[in-house]
Design a protein around this ligand. Structure first.
Ligand SMILES: C[S@@+](CC[C@H](N)C(=O)[O-])C[C@H]1O[C@@H](n2cnc3c(N)ncnc32)[C@H](O)[C@@H]1O
Length: 296
C-alpha cells in the first residue's frame, strides 16, 4: 500500500483525472477578474473551476488586501508569469490572425481563446489538443453552458504528447496540412521531456505551412537565492500534485531548440521584460519562465 499525503496526487499520466495545473492557471485568470487593472480578461475562466478551486477563489477573496501585497513578492511571481504569458500569446494571436488559416492549441487546458477572440478568429477552425480526461471535462462544462459558449468551430483532439504523434491524432480531423497555422503551446513543455518536445516540434514542421507562428513558454534555470528558492518550492509542489517538471531550456539557448525544426525566433520576453510589458499592480514575473514567438 502506498501512503499519500492528502493533497498529493499520482502522476497525471497514470490516472483518469484532468490536470491540476490547468485548474491553477484557470484559477489565476478567474482571480484576475476581481481586479480593475488586469493583465488579461478571461470571463470564461470561473465556469471551468472545480469545487475545490471555487472554495479557494472565495477564500482568496476574503483575504483580498493581504493577497494583493503577497502578489508583489518574487515568491509568487509564477502567478504573474502565468497571466503575462497568456497576454503575450493573446497579442501574438491577434496580430497573426489575418494571415493564418487555422489555430492549433496544444495542451489547451481551459484556454478560452476560441470564445474570447471569436470575432477575430471568424470561421477559422480551432483545434484544441489535450489529454483525454481534460478534454472531456472541458467539453462537458461547455455543453452544460450553451448560453455562454456559442462558437462552434472547435475540434477536440485527444493526445498524450509522450506516446502519440500529433500527425496521427490530427489525421481524422479537417486540419489543413501545410496551411499557415497559429500554434499555442502554453504551460505544457515543462511537463514533458526533451524527446516529447522535439517530437512535437518535428510534427509541427510537417503539419504547418510557411507563415505559421508558434507561441510558447519555457521553464529555465534560475541562479541566485532570489530565484532559486521559489523555483525549488514550485517544482516540489508540482511533483507532489503529480505534474513534475521534466523539461527546461534557458532563453539564451531556445533558438538552438527551435531552429533545427525551422522556427525562427521573432519575439522573446524573459521575466523582467514580461513584467515591464504587461504586469499591473506592482506584480513581478518569475525569472524562471519566459515566452517566445517563432515563425516558420
Ligand atoms: C499548466 S496546464 C496549461 C493549460 C493551458 N494551456 C493554460 O495555459 O491554461 C498544462 C496542460 O498540459 C496538458 N498536458 C500535460 N501533459 C500532457 C501530455 N503528455 N499530453 C498532452 N497534454 C498534456 C495538461 O492536461 C494541461 O491541460
Amino acid at each position: 500500500m502506498t501512503l499519500r499525503l492528502p493533497f498529493t496526487r499520482p502522476d497525471l499520466h497514470t490516472t483518469d483525472r484532468p490536470s491540476s495545473t490547468a485548474q491553477w492557471t484557470t484559477l489565476g485568470r478567474a482571480l484576475e477578474l476581481r481586479r480593475e487593472e488586469r493583465i488579461v480578461t478571461d470571463v470564461y475562466a470561473p465556469v471551468f473551476l472545480s469545487d475545490v478551486s471555487q472554495v479557494l477563489l472565495q477564500s482568496l477573496d476574503l483575504v483580498g488586501p493581504v493577497f494583493r501585497q503577497a502578489e508583489r513578492l518574487t515568491l509568487v511571481g509564477l502567478a504573474a508569469s502565468g497571466l503575462c504569458r497568456h497576454r503575450f500569446i493573446d497579442e501574438h494571436l491577434v496580430a497573426a490572425l489575418p494571415s493564418v488559416d487555422q489555430v492549433l492549441i496544444l495542451g489547451a487546458g481551459y484556454d478560452s481563446r476560441a470564445y474570447r477572440f471569436a470575432d477575430e478568429i471568424g470561421d477559422r477552425p480551432v483545434f484544441e489538443v489535450d489529454l483525454a480526461p481534460l478534454s472531456r471535462r472541458k467539453a462537458a462544462v461547455i455543453d452544460a453552458h450553451p448560453e455562454l459558449f456559442e462558437h462552434a468551430s472547435i475540434r477536440r483532439v485527444e493526445i498524450d504528447f509522450r506516446t502519440q504523434s500529433l500527425q496521427s491524432q490530427l489525421a481524422g480531423t479537417d486540419f489543413a496540412v501545410g496551411a499557415a497555422t497559429f500554434v499555442v503551446w502554453e504551460g505544457v513543455s515543462m511537463y514533458l521531456d526533451a524527446s516529447a518536445v522535439a517530437g512535437t516540434l518535428g510534427a509541427l514542421v510537417e503539419l504547418c505551412g510557411a507563415g505559421s507562428v508558434l507561441a510558447m513558454d519555457n521553464w529555465q534555470t534560475v541562479r541566485g537565492p532570489g530565484g532559486y528558492l521559489p523555483r525549488r518550492l514550485a517544482e516540489r509542489a508540482m511533483a507532489l500534485i503529480g505534474e513534475p517538471i521534466g523539461f527546461a531550456v534557458d532563453a539564451s539557448e531556445v533558438a538552438s531548440v527551435l531552429e533545427p525544426h525551422g522556427f525562427v525566433v521573432d519575439d522573446l520576453a524573459e521575466g523582467a521584460e514580461m513584467t515591464a510589458r504587461y504586469a499591473t499592480g506592482g506584480r513581478r514575473c518569475d525569472p524562471g519562465m519566459y515566452v517566445v514567438a517563432a515563425r516558420l
